[in-house]
Design a protein around this ligand. Structure first.
Ligand code: XMP
Length: 321
């Protein structure tokens, strides 16, 4: 039977055998998979690893800092940060279509990552790229060597010809709960290990309407309140995901403080699920919902209404965009 300890030991031996004294690159997203994969590689080969974090400015409150500060402190990884929030938000100006948002964010991400990887390759000569592929992804995509996300036997699909690395996938034998156990074993921050799934395009697809710095700030604050209260009620591990959505194109009349307001609604979308393919709306206790609602309308600028989405998937999706 497996334990987190012997999974770590095995993974480390495998990585050392594969990498030897060559150099490795890993992109961190803020999520548990890339964090655990990077931490394992760090334990195996230390200073031969360089991590890259593209900060697109679309993460939730505290998440970028968690990568830049807490993760680095715990693991000791050599981290290169590309602070590109202005570039991403600039590229999203005037865009309201959800798929267009995804396309733009994907494009900017690849550009940023490629430029950073090319610099590092020139400086240090990189041979390997870490990916946080899990066992279910391997099975789903046919089970071949590095089957997820890559086209041929050794090369990473999507990267240009002059920038090809061999993949290392230290999580390819693990399920999600095993990844979390390994993360805990490695001493990673709790919030990182138990983080709910979070979409790559981040908060950009939780603002229905154009993405602006002010709206991001408002949503970030509302989302932080919802997460704080869910954690305080010890319900965060019972919930699959809890999107908090800002309806930036909708206004409704409210009465706050001295008088009439004309602000935006926030939608709470807590769901239960096993795999995100189907989902049900989570029956959160009224007291928790009440606390979240009153805090959001009190603490978030321009928000005068909080609603709860009670749609299952199907017909609704988990995200609003
Ligand atoms: P939906 O909204 O389709 O979401 O029910 C299913 C799961 O996928 C996540 N999701 C995304 N993840 N990039 C991602 O990395 C995306 O563009 C994206 N869109 C949705 C969503 O959070 C849920 O877990």
């Amino acid at each position: 039977s497996w334990t987190p300890e012997n999974m770590v030991t095995e993974a480390i031996e495998e990585i050392r055998a594969k990498v030897g004294d060559r150099r490795v690159l890993c992109a961190l997203s803020g999520g548990v998979d890339s964090a655990v994969a990077a931490a394992l590689v760090q334990q195996a080969i230390g200073s031969q690893l360089t991590c890259v974090f593209v900060d697109h400015g679309l993460l939730r409150k505290g998440e970028a800092e968690q990568v830049k500060n807490d993760f680095v402190k715990v693991t000791g990884v050599d981290l290169v940060v590309a602070d590109e929030a202005d570039r991403f938000i600039g590229a999203l100006a005037g865009v309201t279509d959800p798929e267009q948002k995804r396309k733009i964010i994907g494009r900017e991400f690849i550009r940023t990552f490629e430029a950073t990887a090319r610099d590092l390759d020139g400086e240090r000569g990189i041979d390997f790229l870490v990916q946080g592929t899990l066992y279910p992804d391997v099975v789903e995509s046919g089970g071949g060597e590095g089957a997820a996300n890559i086209k041929s036997h050794h090369n990473v699909g999507g990267l240009p010809d002059d920038l090809q690395f061999t993949l290392i996938e230290p999580l390819r034998h693990m399920f999600k709960d095993e990844v979390r156990a390994v993360g805990q074993q490695l001493g990673l921050p709790e919030e990182m290990v138990w983080r709910h799934p979070f979409p790559g395009p981040g908060l950009a697809i939780r603002i229905v309407g154009e993405v602006t710095p002010e709206r991001l700030e408002t949503l970030r604050q509302a989302d932080a309140i919802a997460r704080e209260e869910l954690t305080a009620a010890r319900l965060d591990r019972d919930i699959w995901q809890f999107p908090v959505v800002l309806l930036a194109d909708v206004r409704s009349v409210g009465v706050q403080g001295d008088g009439r307001t004309y602000g935006h609604p926030i939608v709470l979308r807590p769901v239960t699920s096993d795999d995100a393919m189907t989902a049900d709306w989570a029956r959160l206790p009224y007291e928790v919902l009440e606390k979240i609602s009153s805090r959001i309308t009190n603490e978030c600028a321009d928000i005068n209404r909080v609603t709860v989405d009670i749609t299952s998937k199907p017909p609704g999706t988990i995200e609003w965009e």
